[in-house]
Design a protein around this ligand. Structure first.
Ligand code: ZN
Length: 245
């Protein structure tokens, strides 16, 4: 089975469309680590596509925030106003779909999916030390996570942690093989990358061959930006798409 692994789409239809075109023919099923909505201007289009096409979706904090399942006091003002805008603009069907999304960890064959970490769906996994501490709590040796919007992986083996870097700025793809030990793998964010690379991020996982591939693809950022501004969402949400941070 070959999986297309997505995370943090954040209502960015243009980025999602570019990913699907780039990934065409490379996967059998689609999995998602959460945050379908929030920040971008196309929540309904993204959720409708997800309902039809994605096999397993773990809920993200922005999915909760857009349907009244998260206390918005914890959100910064920009994220809060995007969550409120999203809730006002979701159709009833998409609203109830988001409300029904399960909390991680979820298991799919030999893979584990979470939004934040295996212990806390809202936690940010950002250090080798934290990855080493989480290794003992994994139910499977390969766990995909999102939430940080940073593409990259922690490989934990016999007390050491190696960081497997994303592709170089000019490279679209970079593959690696799975070895012994545990992996915490972030496919990166489709719709709002924050790792210094504005291209949409995703992964292909050929589970049987134990081979993974980071991928990046450029998309028409200016169209997504124009929609955000036209919707009256905070301007910084449009600007940051161009920076990838
Ligand atoms: Zn997110």
């Amino acid at each position: 089975m070959r999986y297309l692994i997505l995370s943090d789409i954040h209502s960015n239809w243009e980025a999602l469309e570019a990913v699907l075109e780039d990934a065409r023919g490379a996967y059998d099923e689609i999995l998602c680590c959460g945050d379908l909505v929030g920040y971008g201007a196309d929540p309904n289009r993204v959720v409708e596509w997800t309902r039809r096409n994605v096999r397993v979706v773990v809920r993200g904090n922005h999915d909760k925030a857009a349907v009244g399942l998260e206390d918005l006091e914890w959100f910064n003002p920009v994220a809060r106003s995007a969550a409120l805008w999203t809730e006002q603009n979701l159709t009833a069907e998409n609203h109830s779909y988001l409300r029904s999304l399960p909390k991680g960890p979820l298991l799919v064959g030999d893979l584990e999916l979470v939004h934040g970490t295996p212990l806390d769906e809202d936690d940010y996994l950002m250090s080798a030390l934290a990855a080493a501490e989480l290794a003992g709590y994994l139910e499977k040796s390969v766990c995909f996570f999102g939430h940080t919007h940073v593409q990259g992986s922690y490989h934990i083996n016999r007390g050491t942690v190696e960081w497997i870097e994303k592709p170089e700025a000019e490279a679209p793809r970079q593959a690696f093989e799975l070895n012994e030990g545990a992996y915490l793998i972030n496919p990166g964010s489709v719709g709002q990358p924050r790792d210094g690379d504005a291209r949409a991020a995703y992964m292909i996982c050929a589970a049987g061959e134990r081979r993974l591939e980071y991928r990046r693809v450029a998309y028409p950022v200016e169209i997504a930006q124009a929609k955000i501004l036209r919707a009256g969402l905070p301007g910084v949400l449009a600007e940051r798409l161009a920076w990838g941070s």
